[in-house]
Design a protein around this ligand. Structure first.
Ligand code: GTP
Ligand code: MG
Length: 192
């Protein structure tokens, strides 16, 4: 059955940090890597999540309910965006950390990586931190339409090594590459 996504809750700060009693998969990655675009592609709706060519677009934690599956995909603000004040970055990091650690219904975090770039320190830190927290990591290489076949394979192998042998999904919000594979991965992560 075709899945639909609905924005059900937006978390702006510690005060609204309550989460649904349902399985959740969060999308993490550096600013501009394509988290919100990926959600729109999965939803088949161009404007569901706001996207921008300027990094730092998503500034809140947005929970999208997946129907009829009954779990949530959670769009997070990107990390590694240098043009914000130090205080602001620290506040976000804290909010995201609290969401990711204090959440028993979190079944996995999809870490999105631009397929054109080698592993960045911030991505390695994120993967390392999630592993230490015992949260399953799902690797996704974004903007696959911008990569040559050769780059795709090289990046896939590189990330598979860093992800403990698990090959990342190659995804493109432009072409739809990886659509079915990613849904399967998410369904599997929540036990469907
Ligand atoms: P933040 O909310 O700032 O953390 O960014 P984000 O990770 O949500 O990125 P967003 O989805 O807003 O996309 C950033 C830019 O990349 C936009 O200009 C998108 O159009 C572009 N983009 C996203 N996915 C793809 C893709 O698969 N292929 C191409 N060519 N461009 C993409
Ligand atoms: Mg975004």
């Amino acid at each position: 059955m075709r899945k639909t996504l609905h924005l059900e809750k937006t978390i702006y700060g510690q005060n609204d940090l309550t989460v649904p009693e349902a399985p959740q998969i969060a999308l993490a990655g550096r600013s501009n890597v394509g988290k919100s675009s990926l959600l729109n592609r999965l939803a088949g709706r161009k404007q569901l999540a706001k996207t921008s060519s300027t990094p730092g677009k998503t500034q809140s934690i947005n929970l999208y309910r997946v129907d009829p599956s009954g779990y949530y995909l959670v769009d997070l603000p990107g990390y590694g965006y240098a043009r914000r004040s130090k205080e602001e970055r620290a506040r976000w990091a804290k909010l995201i950390e609290r969401y990711l650690t204090g959440n028993e219904r979190l079944q996995g975090v999809a870490v999105l990586i631009d397929c054109r770039l080698p592993p960045q320190q911030s991505d390695l830190d994120m993967v390392g931190w999630l592993r230490a927290e015992g949260v399953p990591v799902l690797g996704v290489l974004t903007k696959a339409d911008k990569c040559t076949q050769r780059d795709r394979q090289a990046q896939k192998a590189r990330w598979a090594a860093l992800l403990g042998g698990q090959a990342p999904v190659l995804f493109s919000s432009v072409s739809g590459m990886g659509f079915e594979e990613l849904w399967r991965l998410f369904d599997q992560a929540v036990g469907l």
